[in-house]
Design a protein around this ligand. Structure first.
Ligand code: PEP
Ligand code: MN
Length: 337
């Protein structure tokens, strides 16, 4: 159940309302965005509690939503969410291309890649400064220095920038430097991190964990929304299956299913799903044909020297070619790149 609170309600009234919920042992969370306040409830309110709350005079609407994810559901918001960041709209008619290196490695690397990517209609430059690596001996990322480099180079190239945040303690600095904050697959159910990015004030890319169901994925989006951030971009990046010809198995049906269940934009990362570059064009085209709102693709100027994920990185000119081919598919489904 969701309670939409009337605009300009006195915070003392909301405190009273919460107090009533607490006295009745009703789990809830207050989601306050710039434009609205919504209270999410774990379960439906008993009649007598509902009457007590209504007598406070601050409830605009009470919505009964049967799915466990509420604010993320289409029952809460039938229209698709469009996330505007400067001139880029994610979730609109444009297929938004996000591309760049797996990891930020140096100023020269970022400069060279960003320069090339502008020719490929890329809107967002990806690049991780904090790397979740299976081995503690592998390159762990440049850390805060990498964030600063990402930001510094933005003045030159003008693209939007995004990066992964792995640790609750890094959320403020990541949000300060980035246009979009990314929660990686391995942290999809790091609930403290989800709460923190829910309060960070920047759009969040939420990757699907390799072992999460679509419902669990949407529940993680709900965490972020319940803490006040409704700008969540879902990202399908492949799941673990028995198949070993690819790194993960790109679950395109999750995109079709999630589109029915949620109003949030959905993008696809074919790079981490495939783990190899040869099938990235095919997966990307399928994702656009299916209704994905964007793609997150790894690109490197020197994949042979990449500190991370070189095998799955396209060259900038390969992305440029792919972008042209994707434009035709986008047009066929009434969209553009
Ligand atoms: C990434 O995008 O850099 C990444 C680590 O991907 P994932 O979290 O999907 O494994
Ligand atoms: Mn990578």
């Amino acid at each position: 159940m969701l309670l939409k609170i009337k605009e300009k309600t006195d915070p003392a009234q909301i405190a009273r309302l919460r107090n009533t919920l607490e006295l009745n042992h009703l789990g809830h969370c207050v989601s306050k965005t710039k434009t609205q306040t919504v209270i999410g409830l774990e379960k439906a309110l008993p009649q007598e509690v509902m009457q007590e709350l209504e007598s406070l005079g601050c409830i605009e609407e009470c919505l009964t939503i049967t799915t466990p994810f509420k604010m993320a559901s289409r029952s809460f918001k039938p229209d698709r969410t469009k996330i505007r960041i400067q001139d880029t709209v994610i979730g609109g008619d444009q297929i938004v291309l996000m591309a760049g290196p797996c990891a930020i490695e140096s100023e020269e690397q970022l400069r060279s890649i960003a320069h090339e990517l502008k020719k490929a209609n890329v809107s967002v430059l990806r690049g991780s400064a904090f790397k979740p690596r299976t081995s503690p001996y592998s390159f762990q990322g440049m850390g805060v220095e990498g964030l600063k480099l990402h930001r510094k180079m933005q003045k030159e190239h003008g693209l939007l920038i995004e990066t992964e945040v792995m640790d609750v303690r890094d959320v403020p600095i990541v949000a300060e430097h980035m246009d979009i904050v990314r929660v990686g697959a391995r942290n999809m159910q790091n609930f403290n991190l989800l709460k923190e990015v829910g309060m960070c004030g920047k759009p969040v890319i939420l990757k699907r964990s390799m072992s999460a169901t679509v419902e669990e994925w949407l529940m993680s989006a709900e965490y972020i929304m319940a803490h006040g951030n409704h700008e969540v971009i879902l990202c399908e990046r492949g799941i673990r299956t028995f198949e070993n010809s690819t790194r993960s198995t790109l679950d395109l049906s999750s995109v079709a299913v999630a589109r029915q269940l949620t109003h949030l934009p959905i993008i696809v990362d074919p790079s981490h799903a495939a783990g190899r570059k040869d099938i990235i064009p095919a997966l990307s085209k399928a994702a656009v044909a299916l209704g994905a709102d964007g793609l997150l693709i790894e690109v490197h100027n020197r994949p042979d020297l990449a500190k991370c994920d070189g095998k799955q990185a396209l060259l900038p000119n390969e992305l440029e070619q792919l972008s042209k081919e994707l434009a035709q598919i986008a047009q066929a489904v009434g969209r553009w790149i």
